[in-house]
Design a protein around this ligand. Sequence first.
Ligand code: ADP
Ligand code: MG
Length: 742
Amino acid sequence: MSGFQSHLGDFQSPRPDESNKEPTAKVAKSSADRKKLDTQTPLQFVPGVGPLRLELFQKLGVRRPLDLLFLFPRTYQDIAPYQGIAELVPGIRATVVGQIVDLDQRFSFDGRSTLGVLLAIEGGGYVRCVWYNQMFRREQFHRGITLVATGIPKSTGISFEMRHPEFVILNDRSELPAPRPTAIYPLTEGLSQKHISSAIEAALEDLLPFVEEALPDRIRQRAGELLFEKKRTLFEQQPQPLLGITDALRALHLPETLADAEQARMRFIFQELLVYQMAIAMRRYQLQKDNAAPSLAVTPQLHARILKRIPFKPTNDQLRVIEEVKSDLERTIPMNRLVQGDVGSGKTVIAHYAMLAAVGNKYQAAMMAPTELLARQHYEKLRQQLDGSQVMVELLVGSLSSREQHELQQRIAIGTVDIVVGTQALLSQHVQFHALGLVVIDEQHKFGVEQRAALREGRVVPHYLVLSATPIPRSITMTLFGDLDVSILREKPPGRARVHTYLGEDSQKAKWWDFVRKQLQSGRQAYVVIPRVESDEENDILGAEQVFAVLSETELSGFRVELLHGRMDGDEKQQKLNRFETGETQVLIATTVVEVGIDVPNATLMAILDADRLGLAQLHQLRGRVSRGQFPGYVCLFPSKKCDPKENERLQCLIAIDDGFRLAEEDLRLRGTGDLLGTKQVGAPAFRIADLARDIEILAAARSVAQNLINEDPALEAPDLAKLRKQVLGRHGGHANLGDVG
Ligand code: ADP
Ligand code: MG
């Protein structure tokens, strides 16, 4: 871990006026006798750290005293502000409450005096408080009065002693201070909360003057207003600016109330998200400034010609997105648009429109799909729609012979091919376009971030249209795909019947298959989906091959059943798929290869075996296969043997929710961001304190502020942004290719 302050705070030369400020820490310090810490003080000299615990603190990422201030509490606990005997640690400042049970005084012959007060601590045990040469205090103490004493306990073997503690005499138990929130820090073995909080307390006031504010007033003010508008604020009456860095750090570590702590957290969460959003906004600005794409204007005539090629009337939603794409294509700023829409929402037509717009402007278009199966399907559909036109469409996939590929590459390079549909094979160096105007990426969530970037780094700068059928929570879109404009298709094409989703408990199995057979007899078709190709005997999981063998002999005997999985070669898969499309095959038993793209409106039944082994997004995607026509769809989720469906919240979610966007939010809540972004999405930011599932409003505020800042001042040259700019470049420069900005 690197030093935290490079991210959220930093040095500056000390400001003498502030460094003299009275500390407002919860326990006034007897620091007069202690040398003040500064940024140069070696970490081991911070009280509470010491040479013994130095390494442990380093494990937490604390290298310099200043790092302590940016050690973020994990949570807060309302804890009594005083300790019982069992909680005392020698050498660590503590506060105890006790009744005076004994007093002793001694004078040595050279005139020095010792005053001892023995406290019986609440909950048991004793602490002796000692004062040297302060015999005047004798007057203050009597047996029976209650004392709150704060000092550094020293073990005397049988009890504890505190020298010269600060103290308050209580007239009454009710004067005891109320419990207050105590910061709970992430731990590492060997370090207790007490160690960490003492070190932070010791460092806090001394070092606060060295921490520089990265967020100028105007930003904190604006953020406060935005959060107020979104009701994500603790102030009901009027907006308040976010806390300044000094107040925020104090409230983070030593809050008076939980609301204080929350305010502090809000400021740091905002800052973390702002820095990231600014990096995105800067990169986006840079891309647009440096690159020019061809202007692909769509005249009313071209528009009409394109729509004539589309076999149905687009919905209003589709027309709206088409308009958005149309105006993007006309500009020379490269389009960078993500179309999100639930499965079956009809995204393809947007892609077709854009591709034909490019071709109508004498540019080429490429469409990349994650699987060969899907690429072929897109290809066939386009061929059909363009039947009798001049537009030349070709398919470029890995299973072509190298001669075929080579020949096709040549035709792409001289420009006799207008539209190329393909797989990752399109990314090959050998594919050189004559005049590429548009790239469409279908089912973009199936590609990693890197592949998306790879296509972008071509020799020409085409427009980009990205389609995603996995509705992504808004917060993820804003971060991971923050550099994309987003269009959302919510309206489904007309005439779609609903999908019914059930949980296939053992008692229901026979009923389900009965139902399937009846539906098959009345002409419908069915999918059976199995997560694995081969059985896993150890875990009692059947593979697609075994399920195929069993079902075709039992529940589905007498029906035309076929098996499809990813390990079959392209032609074989295509043939099987064709037979399913024509209705020759009634039941397709398949792995999750059928998850994307397959479009057989007559298939209305789907059984998903071992459904708990699949993610929500994937299950929803699969379900989308049976809601493509006028007949209602039926999905039955069969949990694996090891799964208690009642406990499987995810399956229950799927049954209850059929809107993909709501489901995605739910998924985020259930799994957290780490998991959702998964390993596929390399390059996903790891936030230290922000939580994308929780902090959506703060994220939206940060995004809005970031975009305004970059629009007004693309290079962040304003003097009051210097600090923030450094953080943006320091934290995300590499990740977001910002190295050249500064
Ligand atoms: P997806 O968004 O999942 O890619 P598709 O574009 O494949 O969805 O569309 C799903 C199905 O809906 C296709 O059969 C398509 O022809 C049909 N479709 C799309 N839009 C409309 C529409 N406006 N009217 C009628 N059918 C439509
Ligand atoms: Mg699609």
